[in-house]
Design a protein around this ligand. Structure first.
Ligand code: ADP
Ligand code: MG
Length: 293
């Protein structure tokens, strides 16, 4: 590759709102045949909203939201931001927390006035929650309005209840997926969220292959499995949970509105918050190489 041609690609990238971090990665882009798309914040807006607050029987709705919001105020995950926002809207200032810990793709925990509060995915907080007499939907619930993500809230191990969050598929995602197919790429949806939520989103945007319910390491495994099958993989993601998979893919593409960790792990950053920017990124990579080879 001639440096001049790569620099031309870089300049054109800037015009398209694509920042090129590693020009070398553009080299592998020529062979990309598979594009792995993260769900939350990539195919969807990631601007989630709390739409259900379901305490256990006899539980306190306001307390459930207040404790969850206090811990999530320290989170940068779209789910966490939505929960903190809802808690503030419901009851004003949130209590201070200490010992905040985020576990990518799993959930968060922190201490609120001596109480250990955890908010996270169902399978992490385990089946004990059900045995506690907790009611409400398990894990997920695909309604007429679309898929809903459920997280469980615990205080000192006891289930306080569940929060249901709704996200929206970006209006442009289905058309962008069709364009990616038009470029000869096979799209795959990759998410830590529950399989039914993932299936609903995949169906809405026209993706047939789904890998769901995976932890961050599982996202990397999914990329490696594809590579072992001889595929050359681009991955688009935004979260801390996507970083390893972005770094392990042949062309890592970060959403510009995403986390710093995702951006640092990627070769390209999309400054437009839209999957069509990923279409442009693939075309840019191919054109840049067209000049060179
Ligand atoms: P995606 O792959 O779609 O971006 P993640 O891997 O970030 O999703 O999250 C997977 C699951 O982990 C979520 O559906 C949720 O159950 C749980 N989770 C992750 N972060 C948080 C958080 N800050 N608060 C509560 N639950 C979380
Ligand atoms: Mg994401």
């Amino acid at each position: 590759a001639t440096p001049t041609a790569l620099l031309v690609g870089t300049g054109r990238g800037a015009q398209l709102g694509i920042l090129v971090r590693g020009v070398e990665a553009l080299e592998s882009a020529r062979r990309i045949d598979t594009i792995v798309l993260d769900k939350t914040g990539t195919v969807t807006t990631g601007r989630m909203e709390v739409v259900d607050v379901v305490p256990v029987p006899g539980g306190d709705r306001a307390e459930l939201l207040r404790l969850a919001g206090a811990v999530e105020a320290a989170s940068e995950h779209p789910l966490g931001r939505a929960i903190a926002r809802a808690a503030v809207a419901a009851g004003g200032p949130l209590p201070a927390i200490t010992d905040f810990q985020a576990s990518a793709g799993v959930g968060v925990r922190g201490r609120v006035g001596g109480v250990d509060v955890r908010v996270g995915r169902e399978d992490d907080v385990d089946a004990a929650g059900r045995a506690d007499g907790a009611t409400g939907p398990a894990g997920l619930d695909v309604t007429a309005e679309g898929a809903r993500t459920w997280v469980t809230v615990r205080a000192d191990g006891a289930v306080l209840g569940r929060l249901g969050l709704a996200d929206r598929v970006r209006p442009s995602s289905a058309a962008a997926v069709a364009r990616l197919r038009g470029l000869g790429l096979t799209p795959i949806l990759l998410t830590g969220d529950a399989p039914a939520v993932a299936q609903a989103v995949a169906a809405e945007v026209g993706i047939d292959e789904v890998v769901a319910g995976v932890l961050p390491a599982g996202k990397l495994d999914a990329v490696r499995r594809l590579q072992r099958d001889g595929r050359t993989v681009a991955m688009v993601g935004d979260g801390v949970n996507d970083a390893a998979a972005l770094a392990g893919s042949d062309l890592g593409i970060a959403m510009g509105a995403g986390t710093d960790v995702a951006i640092e792990a990627s070769d390209l950053t999309l400054m437009r918050d839209d999957l069509f920017a990923a279409v442009d990124a693939v075309r840019l990579s191919r054109r840049t190489l067209g000049v060179i080879h």
